[in-house]
Design a protein around this ligand. Sequence first.
Ligand code: BTN
Length: 324
Amino acid sequence: MAMREAVLQALKEKNGEWLSGEMLSESLKVSRTTVWNQIKALLAEGYEVESSPRKGYRLSSPPDILSPAEVCPGLTAEVFGRKEYLYYQEIDSTNSQAKALASKGYPEGTLVVADMQTAGRGRRGRSWYSPGSQGIYMSIILRPVLPLKEISRISLLVAVAVAETLAEELNLPACIKWPNDILIDNKKIAGILSEVVTDMDGIEYIVVGIGLNINNQPQDFPSDFRTPATSAMAEDRCLVSRVKVLQGLLARLESHYLDLLAGRFAGTLEKGKSLSVVIGQELKLDTINGVLQGQAVDIDDHGFLLLRDQSGIIHTIMSGEITI
Ligand code: BTN
């Protein structure tokens, strides 16, 4: 175990009580200066450690930090976040970082998580509001051996995993606004940005980026959002453990993804349809080929939306922006 983890574990074992610097340095067989350097590293990671010349050190509040030291112990996912887990207190965008790592050959399941993003990116060139210590900002590298036309299945499975996590971990009635928005009562709680890089053989890698609003105060959201925003805390009226949500999300993402690779997509598709707020609705759809208007009738086996226009023609849509 690294020295920083050993210091952290010793502090946690005291359950909020003081631990003297002398005892700590004796039990870990290092100098008081080494202990202090590890405490400084923990403070820099966001841990709230009090220090007193007489009493020593104390972990002030139960940490809700998305570092591997906090997330991995309760993680049931076996690949996602297990091989490579990169945690940043601050970064421009976890998607940009994951893409840079993927192009260097980082493996499937590599997880990039940040406490805060300075240039979080949303779909269609928008930005993603990413204040410190409030949300979950994560990106994962996938390297599926799948034909390119199955890419929308991945979009749908990610949306299902996010909505299920909110429902099952926090009891929130989360729905999917095809293809990538997760809503509660028509307010957006999470967004997904998938970026694909292809080569001659098909998909080289996909970076799936997920932003979840967890402990944001509703009044803090910028007022220029297209869709009104909400957070888990705003819905639940209490502080939510980001660590618990991330652990649950990684487990569900991995399980739906492994099902897809094993040719078992039917269950995920049914779940996605049942959670969809668009099926049966009259809507306007902004696609790369122009605006379509009509009724959303179904989501097909590829994860594409089927839209019947006024003349009864069914359009198969891979991606677009819906206005209901
Ligand atoms: C959207 O709804 O427009 C998609 C938002 C995706 C935001 C996440 S936050 C983590 C990851 N890093 C980014 O820069 N964007 C995604």
